[in-house]
Design a protein around this ligand. Structure first.
Ligand SMILES: Cc1ncc(COP(=O)(O)O)c(C=O)c1O
Length: 359
C-alpha cells in the first residue's frame, strides 16, 4: 500500500490503531455476527458502544456531572443555528468575536434569529491574530468564539473573561488536542471529522442550566433538550461514526495515555514545523506567533506560482491535502492528533529540499 501523509483540515487522518481495530471488527463485532454499521441503535451492543464512548470522553476531558454530552448530526454548521435558537433568552442578543470564516457563518445564522454584538474582530489583518483588547457588554445571553480557526490557523491561548455570561466555543479543530477546563464554558461543540472520528457526527457539551424553555415552534431536531432527554437517541444516530469516535477515545485513553500526553506530542510536532518556518528564507508562517494553532499551520512563499509548484511536488511525494483553504490560498498543514511526529519531520525535510532547489 502506498503510504501518504494526509495534512487535510478535515475529514482528516485517523489513528492507525483505530483503523486496524475497526478493520478487525468490521465483519463480526465482538461475536455479534454483524458489523456495527448494520446494528440497531437500540441494541444492547450499540448502547454499550455509545455509553463507553461518552464515559471515556468524560474522563479524558474531565467533564463535570452538570454538563450533558450529545452525539448529534448536521456538522458544526448546524450548531451555528442551534446555538442561538436554544441559548438566546432575555436579551435576545449574543456577542461574537470574529476571527474569520467560521465566526462569520455563526454571525449570519445568529442575525436570522436575534441581535449580534460584534465584540472584536481581527479582519483588519486578514484574521492573522486573536483580538485581545475589548470590553464585553453585560446585556448578552452568551459570548461566542471559534477557539481554533481551522482556515487561518489561529488559536486562543487564553479564553475571554466573560464573567457570568456563558461562553460558547466552536472547538471543531482543537477538541481533544490538549486538556480543557470545561467549567469555563457554557457550551462547546465540535464536528468530529478532525480529532474525534469520521464526518457525520457532531459532539455538543452543554451545561445543564442552559437547557432552558425554548420557542414551542422550534423544530424538534434543533432542540438540545429533546436530545438530552433521549440520550442522543431521539432519531437514528450516526452509529458507525459514534463507534469510531469510541475507538478514538480508547486510543487517547489507553494508548496515548490521556490529553496531557497528547498535548506534549502536538507541541513537539508544531515546534518542528514552526521552528523551520521561522528560519526558512522561502516559506513564511502567516499567523502572529503568540496566536499560532497547534493543529493548523498555514504558510506561504509569497509567490502564488511557487506555492502551486510546492503543492504539486508535495502531493507527488506523498504529502497530500496541503493546499491552503480555497478562500486564502497558500499552504496549510493540518497536524491533528493522528499525524505522527515522523510525518511532520518528513514534511520539513521535503520543504528544506524544495527551498534549496527553488531559492
Ligand atoms: C472551526 C470549524 N467550525 C465549523 C466548521 C463547519 O463544520 P461542518 O462542515 O461539519 O459543518 C468547520 C469545518 O471545517 C470548522 O473548521
Amino acid at each position: 500500500m502506498k503510504q501518504v501523509y494526509n495534512f487535510s483540515a478535515g475529514p482528516s487522518m485517523l489513528p492507525k490503531w483505530v483503523l486496524e481495530k475497526a478493520s478487525a471488527e468490521m465483519l463480526d463485532y465482538k461475536g455479534s455476527g454483524q458489523s456495527v454499521m448494520e446494528m440497531s441503535h437500540r441494541s444492547k451492543d450499540f448502547l454499550a458502544i455509545i455509553e463507553d464512548c461518552e464515559a471515556r470522553m468524560r474522563r479524558l476531558l474531565n467533564i463535570p456531572e452538570n454538563y450533558k454530552v450529545l452525539f448529534l448530526q448536521g456538522g458544526g454548521s448546524t450548531q451555528f443555528s442551534m446555538v442561538p435558537l436554544n441559548l438566546l433568552g432575555e436579551h435576545g442578543k449574543a456577542g461574537i468575536i470574529n476571527t474569520g470564516a467560521w465566526t462569520k457563518k455563526a454571525i449570519t445564522e445568529l442575525k436570522k434569529v436575534g441581535k449580534c454584538e460584534l465584540i472584536a474582530s481581527s479582519e483588519d489583518k486578514t484574521f492573522t491574530y486573536i483580538p485581545k483588547d475589548y470590553t464585553i457588554p453585560t446585556d448578552l445571553d452568551y459570548v461566542y468564539i471559534c477557539e481554533n480557526n481551522t482556515i487561518y490557523g489561529t488559536k486562543y491561548k487564553q479564553l475571554p473573561d466573560t464573567q457570568d455570561i456563558p461562553l460558547v466555543a466552536d472547538c471543531s479543530s482543537c477538541i481533544m488536542s490538549e486538556p480543557m477546563d470545561i467549567t469555563k464554558y457554557g457550551l462547546i461543540f465540535a464536528g468530529a471529522q478532525k480529532n474525534i472520528g469520521p464526518a457525520g457526527l457532531t459532539v455538543v457539551i452543554i451545561r445543564e442550566d442552559l437547557l432552558k424553555e425554548t420557542d414551542p415552534n422550534l423544530p424538534t431536531m434543533l432542540d438540545y433538550k429533546i436530545h438530552v432527554k433521549n440520550n442522543s437517541l431521539y432519531n437514528t444516530p450516526p452509529v458507525y461514526s459514534i463507534y469510531i469516535c469510541g475507538l478514538v477515545m480508547e486510543w487517547l485513553e489507553d494508548i496515548v495515555g490521556g490529553l496531557d500526553n497528547m498535548k506534549a506530542n502536538n507541541e513537539k510536532k508544531a515546534k518542528i514545523l514552526y521552528d523551520y518556518l521561522d528560519k526558512s528564507k522561502l516559506f513564511k508562517g502567516t499567523v502572529e506567533k503568540e496566536d499560532r494553532s497547534l493543529m493548523n499551520v498555514p504558510f506561504v512563499t509569497g509567490n502564488e506560482e511557487l506555492d502551486a509548484k510546492f503543492v504539486k511536488e508535495a502531493t507527488a511525494n506523498g504529502f497530500v491535502n496541503i493546499k491552503g483553504h480555497r478562500s486564502v490560498g497558500g499552504m496549510r498543514a493540518s497536524i491533528y492528533n493522528a499525524m505522527p511526529v515522523e510525518g511532520v519531520e518528513k514534511l520539513v525535510q521535503f520543504m528544506e529540499r524544495f527551498e534549496e532547489e527553488n531559492l
